[in-house]
Design a protein around this ligand. Structure first.
Ligand SMILES: [Zn+2]
Length: 180
């Protein structure tokens, strides 16, 4: 028999859930690295490079490499979120049988990889398992929506999808509950 699943967010979840999104570049970083102060920012944790006001995977589109440029090293927002254990989207799988889990997580990873190719700041930050729950944390809320939609559609008769929006933030929490 299945245990009943709590549908309401508990207090702990709500407090985690109301975390506010950080801007693409923190104010501190903007002051520090704003126009004229630095040209290129390299993330020490990955391949992300900041120039022309956004993050890229490489320097391919940077046209001024031959000139002397100011380069700074600082964590990109994706890795800063990861370090601070922040996220903007969570897909919470509840009661999904272990036999289905591998395929579901592979599918989530695939969607994350697609998103990350387009924008190095988008992707899965972490996957955590706690009892009968598996949480997939993403750096961007729309991505959690896409992951939940895709998983939900491929298990239409087994998963109940519920959407929660953070009260004072853009944070999404989508629960997918197995209802075999
Ligand atoms: Zn990074």
């Amino acid at each position: 028999m299945k245990k009943p699943v709590k549908s309401r967010l508990d207090k702990k979840t709500e407090s985690r859930f109301s975390w506010r999104k950080s801007p693409s570049l923190s104010r501190r970083a903007q002051e520090e690295f704003g126009p004229g102060k630095t040209d290129i920012i390299l993330c020490p944790e990955g391949d992300a490079v900041y120039y022309y006001k956004s993050w890229h995977h490489d320097l391919e589109r940077y046209r001024e490499l031959s000139e002397t440029k100011a380069v700074t090293f600082t964590l990109c927002p994706f890795h800063e979120m990861k370090k601070n254990r922040q996220w903007e989207g969570e897909v919470r799988l509840v009661g999904v049988p272990a036999t289905e889990l591998r395929e579901i997580l592979a599918s989530a990873q695939h969607i994350s990889d697609e998103a990350r190719r387009r924008d190095p700041m988008h992707g899965i930050l972490d996957i955590k398992t706690e009892k009968n729950m598996v949480s997939i944390y993403t750096s961007e809320n729309q991505l959690s929506g896409r992951i939940a939609k895709r998983i939900g559609e491929s298990h239409k008769h087994h998963l109940a999808r519920r959407f929660h929006h953070g009260k004072e933030s853009d944070v999404f929490l989508i629960t997918l509950e197995w209802i075999a």
